[in-house]
Design a protein around this ligand. Structure first.
Ligand code: ACO
Length: 323
């Protein structure tokens, strides 16, 4: 039998504490006007002391499972995309597995920074197509605030904490009427790793490290690489830009989103934008935006949804889904 993957439930979670631009401007040399004009960001959520990536992931997972009508014990795989795992090991995914009371199956983390959710979805889709799993939970979760240099105004204004999750289920595929995940497309270029990185990290480094970034270069690569991977996804499915109903992009910067939408000939109200409310939450940002647009009724059955992201590595990718 041939299988395809359907997203049957979404969920998200943002920590309670909100840090507005105005409040941030009291601790670092910036202004609300500068941040809004350059990025569209108005506030970010920050995890409280002791609240970890696994805690955020668990909250989002419970909502996604509830929406899907499943329990943790129904899952056979958990994939957590994160750059800010609770520990060097074990994986955050195995912590979430225990929290969800899932006894069997498997769980592992994926590291592709802001593209992590697209990478996780792609892995889940391939497990399902191979007939190796039936119900998979894909989570993007970050406590990015822990790796931010709060004295560096060029990066600290951009990021926040959060989590988003989807439940992906194996369905029998119908070649004459393709639905669910149509295709996923992943890329990376390690020669560009110095454009966005942390100057430390677990394992082979002595400190956790902080985010360092060449913002202008990242902006330039984001606009060109995202447009290219979107073209690749459309061509692979014999579709065109006019077939897209919703663009659910990585929420990094409103100017990048506007520019991608323009390149695709999409109107602004076809782009799901949540970056103003939670800033860049790295791997969590695509599922956070997706959950918002599913729950408020924008995304409807039968519509074509395009998700894309780019992040440190550089890594980038896209997923095309017939809802
Ligand atoms: N507040 C006030 N002034 C600032 C701030 C700030 N928070 N940050 C930088 N500035 C100043 C700089 O010091 C500089 O001052 P100078 O002209 O006196 O030297 C001036 O603003 C312009 O700095 P630039 O870095 O050239 O500003 P730019 O217009 O490129 O905007 C930004 C910076 C917002 C980071 C932009 O480059 C960008 O959005 N890049 C994409 C980065 C991104 O989204 N990264 C997320 C991870 S990757 C991803 O998710 C796609």
């Amino acid at each position: 039998m041939n299988y395809c993957s359907h997203i049957i439930g979404t969920g998200s979670y943002l920590p309670e504490k909100i840090l507005t631009n105005v409040a941030l401007a009291k601790t670092v040399d910036t202004t609300d006007e500068w941040i809004v004009e350059r990025t569209g960001i108005r506030q970010r959520h920050i995890a409280k002391d002791g609240e970890t990536t696994a805690d955020l992931a668990f909250q989002a997972a419970e909502k996604a499972l509830e929406a899907a009508g499943l329990k943790g014990s129904d899952l056979d795989l958990i994939i957590v995309a994160t750059t800010t795992p609770d520990n060097t090991f074990p994986s955050t995914a195995t912590k979430v597995q225990a929290m969800l009371d899932m006894d069997g199956g498997a769980a592992f983390d994926v590291q592709a920074v802001c593209s992590g959710f697209i990478y996780g979805l792609s892995i889940a889709d391939n497990f399902i197509r191979a007939g190796q799993a039936k119900n998979i939970l894909v989570i993007g979760a970050e406590v990015f605030s822990h790796i931010i240099d709060w004295k560096d105004r060029s990066t600290c204004v951009l990021f926040g904490d959060g989590a988003g999750a989807v439940v992906v289920q194996a369905h029998e595929s119908d070649e004459s009427n393709k639905t669910g995940v149509l295709s996923t497309h992943l890329h990376s270029d390690g020669k560009l790793r110095d454009l966005l990185y942390t100057d430390g990290g677990p394992g082979s480094n002595s400190s956790v490290g902080h985010v360092r970034m060449l913002g202008r270069e990242i902006f330039r690569h984001a606009v060109t690489k995202l447009a290219a991977v979107v073209d690749e996804a459309l061509k692979a499915n014999n579709l065109t830009q006019s077939d897209i109903d919703w663009l659910v992009p990585h929420q990094a910067n409103k100017r990048i989103l506007d520019s991608t939408a323009k390149k695709l000939g999409l109107s602004k109200n076809q782009v799901v934008i949540t970056v103003d409310k939670h800033a860049n939450t790295s791997a969590a940002s695509v599922p956070l935006a997706l959950d918002t647009a599913v729950r408020d009724g924008r995304i409807q059955k039968g519509q074509l949804v395009l998700m894309e992201a780019m992040g440190g590595g550089l890594t980038w990718g896209a997923a095309l889904v017939r809802w």
